[in-house]
Write a protein that binds this ligand. Sequence first.
Ligand code: GRF
Length: 218
Amino acid sequence: MSARKRVGVLISGRGSNLSALIDACNKPNYPAEIVLVISNRQDVPGLKIALKSGIPMMVVDHKKYADRETFQVDLDAALRHANVDLICNAGFMRLLTEKFVEDWRDRQLNIHPSLLPAFKGLHTHERALEAGVKLSGCTAHFVRTEMDAGPIIAQAAVPVLPGDSADDLAKRVLEAEHKLYPLALKLVASGEASVKKEQVVFKNRQTVHGPYIAPWFD
Ligand code: GRF
């Protein structure tokens, strides 16, 4: 197998997607390894998850910087120092500058708890319920400067059930996120998925759509 891609994970809080990525990276033949976890907040649960797994971690506290630019210079330096190939944003709650996004173009992934382009931004589940959609889900995509936009790598759909609260729906979507993000990282890290003309294309296989996760390969 070719060398595993070195991944830096950016977090701001709970870290359940980080945990799912760590579990995936611990599986044999997974094409990526997490070499650094960076949080922009002190004392968040995600940092404890990294600590428990023995993954190097650090806090780059945005509040200690005068502006976004200087914060991101340090973020970038830490990622480069760790020889990171790919960045996974996993509940990272800071908007990134155009320079940072362009410097890591097609090498930075994000997961969002809706079927993009629907419901960008916060409070996705409340808004999905208000809109009365019958399917919701999550999207793994490459990062662009526009928030929650960029070439879509994979999506998973879940049903919205009668009587769902936003918390019920969030829980169901989160379970799907924990399957989808490791799949998306695998597709990118293995070289299977890449960006052509702002669309994600797959190298060796045609995209086969399954009922809930697309692309559905295995
Ligand atoms: C997830 O729902 C993710 O899609 C969104 O923020 C949440 C982070 O949760 N971007 P966690 O920190 O991974 O548990």
